[in-house]
Structure formats: structure tokens, C-alpha cells
Ligand binder design. Structure first.
Ligand code: PMP
Length: 361
């Protein structure tokens, strides 16, 4: 294999429900590890999928025309401004494939979503990681890390695993200073969940900044993580330049149909986002009542510090049927990242954490 692959391990996803059932002999498992939508997806999705089941012998529409029209209309952009991927994971891969090579470098925060680094390493580009400050992107230090060989700067907004965000003023000031030869990728996987009034309206920024790529996904608020649909939004010329790096049939017929139906049901998204917000507030209150530090979040997950090693909290919850992510695996060893679940799921988390904290005292 290529030298660049040798130091890499495959992506380590959160444990699956089946895995934990088997390992711990438990029947009831709550999975709050991968920031999935605990309310599922729009009820319209199942019918949309069923209607495509007679078409499985045919290749999908490689250009995802119907989905493309819908998304373009929804965002108010041209159809030619979109790039679809097998999840936004694949959009990351395509962008890296298109822009990175040996001798080039790429700038990102740490910790952040690990696939930027992973794909950059595969392309044998140099990775420049800039530590978060108080859980937030240090944009000044990121600007300082840019040089003539920098091809991509990544801003995960809101950031995974902290849930923190770069606001409109900060983002504009940053974009004004990024040299024109550098692509800026704004990963907005959790966009639908954002509530902050000063969060940037990013799509209109495409008119001002040629080098911008926005990424979004159907895996989070839309509840279609299993079907793998993500997309990039950028200026037409940029999309045209990147497209040849995309596999011809990278989103399936089923996935495209499901995404169309999910996009049509905005009432479902609003309801999920509202419930998420109310439950997130309960997490804040729980943390405050128990003196736990947390990062205020614009997403459907929360990073909290529980006063002991993240692995310990992870194991305590796992043995009792709740799967979360240890901060240790995410570059923040003193805490855990918990997906905000339904009221009942979160109640269970609060009960278990209270028990654990009681024991630790
Ligand atoms: N970006 C971020 C910030 C994420 O948290 C995730 C999912 N964990 C992704 C991208 C990838 O999502 P998907 O490939 O399912 O669209």
C-alpha cells in the first residue's frame, strides 16, 4: 500500500446497538454516540423508498436530477452549484482528491471532524492542525498557518465534537483575509440545528467569496444517516472543476428518493429541531446543577466534562446500555460527547450520570 496509508487506522465509529447487545447481554440499548436523529426521519420517506423498489436493476441517476432540483430550489442556488456525495464523508474525500497532493498542505482545527485529516493524509498532503481555544476555532492562528502551499482550510461549523460555532462577524473577517488561492470548506453538517442569531447565513456568502465550499448532509436532522446523502454547495466554476473527481453513481436511487421526500417535509425538521433544543436545555440544567463544565452547543450533541476520564464515563454508561463517545477517542480526554436523545433517553442518561457522580464523591 501507499506509504501514506501505513500510519492510518480505519475510521472508528461509535459502537453499534447490536454489538453492545452481544457484548453485554443487554436487551435495551440507547445509542447516543453518532449524533443521529433520535426521532428518525419523515414518515414520507418510507413510501418514497417503496415506490423505487421496482427500479433496483437500473443504475441510479448519476446526476441526481430530481434531488438536485429540489435542493437547489430549497437553497436558492443554481443546480450547477451542487455536488452530491455518498454522505458528506464522500464530499470530503472528493474535495481532498481534487485539491490535495504531495507538497500541498491543508489547515484545520484540532479536535475537529477526523475525516478532513484522514483524507488529506491519504492524498499525502501536509496537515496543519491548529488547537481550539476554549473549544472554539482559533481563526487568527489558522490564518497564520496558511502559506503559498495551502490548498484547503476546513471550518467545521458548528464544530464536532464541541458543538461550538464561528459567528457571522468572525467568519467574514476570516474570509476577507484568506488568500484567494486557498479553498475554504465550511462543514455545516449540523446546520438545521443551529439556533444562534449571530450564526452566519452562509449560502449568500458564495456571491462574495469565490473560494467557498459549504457542506451539508441528510444524515443528521433529516434522519437519513443509513442512506448516505451529503452535498457540497459552491460556485459553478468550482463545482465544474471538482466534479470529475466524483464516482459516477455515488448516491443510490433509494437514497435520492428518500432525500427528496425528507426535504419536502420541513414541518418534521422543525419539530425535531424544537424538541432537540428543549432537551439540550435540560442537559445544560443537569450540568449546571451538578457543577459539570460543558460547551454550549448549536447541534444535537453536547460535550461535557464529568470530572473523570472520558473512557471511564463511556464504560460506565456502556455497561448500563447507553452508548456515548468518549472524549479520549475524540481528542478531549476529560469528557464525553453525548447525542441529545428523546426525553426518555435523556432521563436515563441523567439518572446514570447522577448515580456515577454519587459514587465518585
Ligand atoms: N461532518 C461532520 C461535522 C460530522 O459530524 C459528520 C458525521 N459524523 C459528517 C461530516 C459526515 O456525515 P455524513 O457522511 O453522514 O453526511
Amino acid at each position: 500500500v501507499k506509504e501514506s496509508l501505513r500510519g492510518l487506522s480505519p475510521y472508528q465509529p461509535g459502537k453499534s446497538i447490536e454489538e453492545v447487545k452481544r457484548e453485554y447481554g443487554l436487551s435495551e440499548i440507547i445509542k447516543l454516540a453518532s449524533n443521529e436523529n433520535p426521532y428518525g426521519s419523515s414518515p414520507a420517506v418510507k413510501a418514497a423508498i417503496a415506490a423505487r423498489l421496482d427500479h433496483l436493476a437500473f443504475y441510479p441517476d448519476g446526476y441526481a436530477r430530481t434531488l438536485r432540483e429540489k435542493v437547489a430550489k430549497h437553497l436558492g442556488v443554481k443546480e450547477t452549484q451542487l455536488l452530491f456525495g455518498n454522505g458528506s464523508d464522500e464530499v470530503v474525500q472528493i474535495v481532498c482528491r481534487a485539491f490535495l497532493e504531495p507538497g500541498a498542505n491543508t489547515v484545520m482545527a484540532t479536535p475537529t471532524f477526523p475525516q478532513y485529516r484522514h483524507n488529506a493524509v491519504i492524498e499525502r498532503a501536509d496537515v496543519r492542525e491548529v488547537p481550539l481555544v476554549d473549544g472554539r476555532h482559533d481563526l487568527e492562528a489558522m490564518l497564520n498557518a496558511i502559506d503559498g502551499d495551502t490548498r484547503i482550510v476546513w471550518i467545521c461549523n458548528p464544530n464536532n465534537p464541541t458543538g461550538t460555532y464561528v459567528n457571522e462577524t468572525e467568519l467574514r473577517a476570516f474570509l476577507d483575509r484568506v488568500p484567494p488561492h486557498v479553498l475554504v470548506v465550511l462543514d455545516e453538517a449540523y446546520y438545521e440545528y443551529v439556533a444562534a442569531a449571530d450564526y452566519p447565513q452562509t449560502v449568500p456568502l458564495l456571491n462574495e467569496y469565490e473560494q467557498l465550499v459549504i457542506m451539508r448532509t441528510f444524515s443528521k436532522a433529516y434522519g437519513l444517516a443509513a442512506l448516505r446523502v451529503g452535498y457540497g454547495i459552491a460556485n459553478e466554476s468550482l463545482i465544474r472543476a471538482i466534479e470529475p473527481a466524483r464516482e459516477p453513481f455515488n448516491t443510490s436511487t433509494i437514497a435520492q428518493a428518500a432525500a427528496v421526500a425528507a426535504l419536502d417535509d420541513q414541518a418534521f425538521i422543525r419539530a425535531c429541531v424544537e424538541r432537540n433544543r428543549a432537551e439540550l436545555e435540560r442537559y445544560y440544567r443537569f450540568c449546571e446543577e451538578n457543577g459539570l463544565k460543558y460547551y454550549p452547543s448549536q447541534t444535537n450533541f453536547l460535550f461535557m466534562e464529568v470530572g473523570v476520564d472520558g473512557d471511564e464515563v463511556f464504560r460506565y454508561l456502556l455497561e448500563r446500555g447507553v452508548i456515548v463517545r468518549s472524549g479520549r477517542a475524540l481528542g478531549l480526554p476529560n469528557g464525553v460527547r453525548i447525542t441529545v436523545g428523546t426525553k426518555e433517553q435523556n432521563d436515563r442518561v441523567f439518572t446514570l450520570l447522577s448515580e456515577m457522580l454519587g459514587k465518585a464523591q
